[in-house]
Design a protein around this ligand. Structure first.
Ligand SMILES: [Cu+2]
Length: 480
């Protein structure tokens, strides 16, 4: 006891001496902030957040939230039964200010199969409200709490088995703004990561049940933002204009993984570390713990598509944690020039000698017969295309389309030539599955393009078309 008292004494002395150096407003005891009137809380589904609190007074804020168990789409052709707060994963975003008295109405839809509850990390009280909010299907419970700490807090279900309820999507964010609100920004979005465990492997079709064994081993099949693969990508990307400041309220529901949150091509100007009051600046990647959060903001200086990732990067390219921020507006060549030039790189210098033997060798090796050209195409494939389209042209679900038995490839030779010459981006459908990604332009000669495509067309059940260097040359000209 004595020891504890000493420790407390020291730490409060530190706080006081620290505070003396800064010009801080006299601290109001948040438990004593007066509550004025009452209002119904605005709740939003991700990626949107309710209106800022601005300079409104603390109030009695009434939250009506309904728990809904429902089938949703995890990835193309993959279904999952989600358990949700308010019908979305993550659950509805709740926005409060310090001193608010929240009157929480939690309903468990009568069609649901299980009892649930809610543990809000913004609550000071036993279980964060869990015990008081335990609710059976077809029931509604009400409990109240005063928010006395500012910050961005996770809420989640805490009904046994807790891990399973969280793994099925039962988490969301509640924001407690300071008096007067957070500094205004142009765009605000709600992004929350979660890991999912399915009986079938990643990409396996059909309704996939939860896999407890994988969850215990912490080996998720999906790691995603906002509940499913692609929830923040393509036409569901979040947007901003050049010159605007974007704030992301980032959460991590877990249940297991910690997120290395990063936006490719952006630097966070400000990060509220772990969603609290400590602000860091000029940050590339910020850790978001399971059951934790961060608030990041940054100014969009240049246009483009900025990829939002968990920088534990296999999760992004193989398990789904890939989102997009699309910024439109004018280029700023001072900040980012784009590719300025490309030259042939001769490490030996400009006066490179031609080696007669080599020239002869390449003349001799030049493939002429169809069989030789296919052989040559195969080696080009294995050097250039295979990393993405895979060894047997089978592709990778949700990332790289197949070239084997590809209806898209077989439908149009000129289109295929153009893709290899110029690259490809935007949504396409290959064998009934959608892809929306980027293939880089390949720097190959006409002959190499002709040979690699002839190889691809002549293998893996494709339609045996032969592509000649002339056809490639024509396409190269016409698409210039
Ligand atoms: Cu639950």
């Amino acid at each position: 006891m004595l020891k504890l008292a000493t420790v407390i004494g020291i730490s409060s002395a530190l706080i006081t001496s620290c505070g003396q150096n800064k010009e801080t407003k006299p601290k109001v005891d948040p438990t004593k902030i007066e509550v004025v009137g009452s209002s119904e809380a605005e709740l939003t589904a991700p990626p949107f957040v309710p209106k800022p609190v601005g300079d409104r007074k603390a109030t009695k804020l009434i939250v009506h939230m309904e728990i809904i168990e429902k089938e949703g789409v995890m990835a193309d052709g993959v279904k999952y039964i989600y358990w949700t707060f308010g019908g979305s994963v993550p659950g509805s975003f709740i926005r409060t200010r310090i001193g608010d008295e929240v009157e929480f109405h939690l309903k468990n839809h009568p069609d649901n199969k299980l009892p649930h509850n809610i543990d809000l990390h913004a609550v000071t009280g036993p279980g964060g409200g869990a015990a008081s909010s335990f609710v059976a299907p077809g029931h509604e419970v009400v409990f109240s709490f005063k928010v006395i700490n500012q910050g961005l807090y996770v809420y989640h279900c805490a009904t046994a088995p807790v891990g399973m309820h969280i793994a099925n999507g039962m988490y969301g964010l509640i924001l407690v703004e300071p008096e007067g609100g957070l500094p205004p920004v142009d765009k605000e979005y709600y992004v929350m990561q979660g890991d999912f465990y399915t009986k079938g492997a990643n990409g396996e079709k059909g309704l996939q049940p939860f896999d407890m064994a994988k969850a215990i081993k912490e080996q998720p099949d999906y790691v995603v933002f906002n509940g499913s693969v692609g929830a923040l990508a393509g036409d569901k990307a979040i947007t901003a204009k050049v010159g605007e400041t974007v704030r992301l309220y980032v959460g991590n529901g877990g249940p297991n993984l910690v997120s290395s949150f990063h936006v490719i091509g952006e630097i966070f100007d400000n990060v509220s570390i772990e969603g609290g009051s400590l602000v860091n600046h000029d940050v590339q990647t910020t850790l978001v713990p399971a059951g934790g959060s961060a608030i990041v903001d940054f100014k969009c200086e240049v246009p483009g598509t900025f990829i939002i990732v968990d920088h534990s990067i296999f999760r992004t390219f193989n398990k789904g944690s890939l989102g997009m921020l699309k910024v439109t507006g004018d280029e700023n060549k001072t900040i980012f020039s784009g590719k300025q030039s490309e030259q042939v790189y001769h490490p030996e210098g400009g006066t490179i000698q031609t080696m007669p033997e080599d020239a002869n060798a390449s003349k001799l090796a030049k493939p002429t017969s169809l069989a030789e050209r296919i052989e040559d195409g195969k080696s080009i494939y294995n050097k250039t295309c295979f990393a993405c389209h895979q060894a047997n042209g089978e592709g990778l679900p949700n990332a790289f389309p197949p070239l084997a038995k590809s209806d898209y490839l077989n439908a149009d030779i000129n289109r295929a030539i153009e893709i290899v010459l110029k690259g490809k981006t935007g949504e396409i459908a290959v064998n009934g599955k959608k892809y929306n990604s980027v293939m880089t332009a390949q720097t190959l000669t006409d002959e190499e393009v002709a040979n690699v495509l002839t190889f691809v067309y002549s293998t893996w059940g494709n339609n045996k078309k032969e592509i000649t260097p002339d056809m490639v040359a024509k396409m190269r000209k016409s698409t210039k």
